[in-house]
Design a protein around this ligand. Structure first.
Ligand code: ZN
Length: 333
């Protein structure tokens, strides 16, 4: 392609020359096409919040619910390591050492029969307030759906960033949906004795968000076929009943691992590093290793709720230690 000739520069020089000569009348006489115009306004950073791809006969849409930056990853990740070690790993990966932007990514699967939503984000009652969080409903419309279109909501676990979007203004946000919860998870948040303030707060929130939906909830356990092509996988530790899901359509497979990882570098490279939000930290470690190993060995595409948007990728087992997240580019086109 031949280089484009830059007339702009020549115009500027012509005008500058005219001004230097004190020739204001000449300026007003310039033809319209040569007149100066206002600089384009800055519009601020932008980033994609919706991605849609096909998996067999399923159509999968990931929607970014929350865009907040936060302090970290230490000590949310690596409490049992040291701040210096976590920061060194960030530096090595060209990431800020003390700031972090996790993904918060609910997933919508259109099976051809049903429209299924996995997790509901921060809603209007989550810890990250609008306009930085709780964006699922507005982005759902941008993605071409209405809240009333959702047939089934599946909840991977009971933390606030996954359940706070169940209600909007105290009413069901997805008025035509039925709900699927892991039985063990539901029992934990509604009946177990909570021994920390964090868990007590979590349980109160869980009860408040799920009470109005009670009649429309069905319960599942790992290994059950929930719907054709959707099967829960035991991923306990982050919470007592935390579930991942095998998704399969027409011979194509994907693993939706919910909160098995919170940071795309730190959680994968150092699965031994504790996650502050894991209810059972050592079980969380075991589950991470099991799930990462499965994803790497079977070369499964993965959706990870807290992976950076589009929150789709693959896992590589590293020769030295740990694993590596390979962000999706065009493998699933
Ligand atoms: Zn989460």
């Amino acid at each position: 392609m031949p280089p484009v000739k830059n007339n702009h520069h020549n115009r500027r020089q012509l005008i500058k020359g005219a001004l230097a000569l004190g020739a204001a009348p000449l300026l007003t006489a310039l033809p319209q096409s040569l007149s100066l115009h206002a600089a384009a306004p800055k519009l601020g950073p932008s980033f994609p919040m919706i991605i849609r791809f096909e998996l067999g006969d399923f159509e999968i849409t990931n929607i970014l619910d929350t865009i907040a930056m936060r302090d970290g990853p230490y000590p949310i990740i690596g409490e049992n390591a040291s701040e210096a070690e976590v920061q060194a790993l960030m530096k090595e990966n060209l990431l800020p050492e003390t700031r972090w932007q996790p993904g918060f990514t609910p997933t919508l699967i259109n099976t051809g029969q049903e429209l299924i939503l996995f997790d509901t984000g921060n809603g209007d009652a989550g810890s990250v307030k609008r306009p930085n969080g709780g964006l699922l409903l507005s982005q759902l419309e941008a993605a071409g759906y209405k809240a009333a279109d959702i047939d089934i909501v599946i909840i991977t676990h009971g933390h606030g960033d996954h359940i706070s979007g169940l209600l909007e203004g105290g009413k069901p946000a997805f008025p035509n949906a039925r709900y699927i919860f892991g039985e063990r998870e539901y029992d934990f948040w509604t009946t177990a004795e909570m021994n920390t303030d964090r868990l007590k707060g979590g349980a109160a929130k869980f009860k408040k968000m799920t009470e109005p939906l009670k009649e429309k909830i069905t319960f599942i356990s790992p290994g059950m076929q929930v719907l054709t092509g959707i099967e829960p996988v035991e991923a306990f530790g982050h919470t007592p009943g935390h579930l991942a899901f095998h998704i399969e359509s027409n011979g194509q497979k994907l693993l939706l691992w919910a909160d098995c990882a919170h940071h795309h570098v730190a959680s994968l490279a150092r699965p031994d590093w504790h996650i502050k939000f894991d209810v059972d930290k050592e079980e969380g470690v075991k589950t991470r290793k099991k799930i990462f190993d499965m994803a790497a060995t079977e070369k499964l595409p993965v959706i990870g709720f807290h992976m950076p948007f589009p929150s789709v990728g693959f896992v590589e087992k590293r020769h030295d230690q740990g694993y590596r997240w390979i962000k999706h580019s065009y493998q699933l086109k």
